[in-house]
Design a protein around this ligand. Structure first.
Ligand SMILES: [Zn+2]
Length: 421
């Protein structure tokens, strides 16, 4: 009965909604007047940005609308909403609780409650989008969290989720238990044809991006070794691409990276094992590197490093591979593996990229337009121009001159709504 009535009035409702979208009232228009605008590529002095509803409708010196609410942001730079390239909202820092204990002992509801606060901290830090690369044992809870954010139930960034992620059978953790008992694992295990089955299952369940582990430690204390075979990586990547999903490959070894490149993945995470030849091949195939410098830095500090130079070998290796990738001309994604360190501290990765020699303007491009292109969302995110989602962040100072300015948040807008002022 109720559905009959709804069906009867639905056309009228849709017409009203369409009219509202086509002709926003002056009350819904917002004119932002910062000192400068970084549009995703270049900085413009004296630009204004006009927002109507959830979209940017104009950006330039003469952007204006009669009756628009004006927000003055003197001395501030307006930048596109930042895009976190590698997060784990369902993890919290390992110096609070070890990864093993999070996966083995924390109830799903507890992990989800933490993820809700992590999502809010991420958004308030200016990150209006995040590519979340695996729940690390929290199943498909990221799909539900994404829905809660999209429905406005809890604040958070727009999410691209990977769900459970895929590892070769026996290759992940936690480990160290009586081999006859099954213990919870941080990702979905698969072998052979089952890898493709897992890809398809995860996509059907809500995965926007497929995360594959090309290598890992087989036993605690061992060096990292390739895990999924080249054939498995190829088949999984093809299945993901058939479904219009991108593929992120965790890889820290030379051979894991070589196989990932051969498989045609979209991004390689970490990439510490990259050689000159490997990075040249990544450049040639247009594969993006997500260097996660902040994760290595955090883990080194958890094991006692006080931050003084010389840095521990692992930190140096991360910096060296980052520099080698840049020298080879590899496109660099901005993603810190946040979750290993505190959510809301996402800018840490950008600071370390700058400290390792990347000019601030390039870091700012990485975390906006470059990430958007790498994740195939550049039709709506990562730049300031008419037609884009009104995801905007104002910061004091000029982040294209010093990326640390991104910590001085004046305003965060997501979908045309001011979420932090
Ligand atoms: Zn990660």
């Amino acid at each position: 009965m109720r559905s009959t009535i709804l069906l009867a009035i639905l056309p009228a409702l849709l017409a009203a909604t369409a009219a509202a979208a086509a002709e926003p009232t002056a009350a819904t228009a917002i004119l932002l007047r910062p000192a400068r605008v970084f549009d995703g590529t270049a900085t413009h002095v004296g630009w204004r940005v006009l927002v109507k509803g959830d979209r940017i409708v104009a950006a330039g010196e003469d952007a204006a609308a009669a009756g628009a609410r004006e927000i003055d942001l003197p001395d501030a730079t307006l930048v596109p909403g930042l895009i976190e390239g590698h997060s784990h909202l369902f993890l919290h820092p390992y110096n609070e609780t070890s990864w093993d204990d999070q996966v083995l002992h924390e109830p799903l509801a507890l992990r989800t409650a933490r993820a809700v606060t992590a999502a809010r901290a991420t958004l308030f830090a200016g990150f209006t989008t995040a590519r979340d690369l695996g729940t690390e044992g929290a199943g498909y809870a990221d799909v539900g969290l994404k829905q809660a954010i999209d429905e406005g139930i809890v604040p958070g960034p727009r999410l691209l989720v990977a769900t459970r992620a895929i590892v070769a059978s026996g290759a992940y953790g936690p480990k160290g238990f009586e081999p006859g008992v099954e213990v919870p694992q941080g990702a979905e295990e698969a072998t052979g044809e089952d890898v493709v089955r897992a890809v398809r299952r995860q996509i059907a369940a809500g995965a926007d991006v497929v995360k594959l582990y090309a290598d890992y430690r087989w036993r605690p204390g061992e060096d990292r070794r390739p895990t999924l075979s080249e054939a498995e990586l190829r088949a999984a990547t093809a299945a993901a691409h058939d479904a219009g999903r991108t593929v992120a490959a965790h890889s820290t070894t030379t051979e894991g990276m070589r196989r990932s490149i051969a498989a045609g993945v979209d991004t390689i995470e970490h990439g510490y094992g990259g050689t000159k030849e490997i990075f040249r091949a990544m450049k040639e195939h247009g594969i993006v590197l997500c260097p996660t410098l902040a994760a290595t830095d955090a883990v080194a500090r958890y094991s006692g490093w006080d931050g003084r130079e010389p840095a521990p070998a692992a930190v140096e290796l991360g910096r060296a591979s980052f520099r080698a990738a840049r020298t080879a001309g590899v496109t660099i994604c901005a993603g810190g593996d946040v979750g290993v360190f505190a959510h809301g501290e996402n800018v840490r990765e950008l600071e370390l990229m700058q400290d390792a020699g990347m000019p601030a303007r390039e870091v700012l491009m990485a975390v906006t337009s470059v990430n958007a292109r790498a994740f195939h969302i550049d039709d709506r995110a990562g730049s300031i121009r008419a037609g884009m989602a009104a995801d905007l962040v104002a910061v004091a100072g000029d982040p294209a001159a010093d990326i640390r300015a991104l910590r001085q948040i004046r305003l965060v807008m997501k979908g045309g709504k001011v979420v932090r002022e």
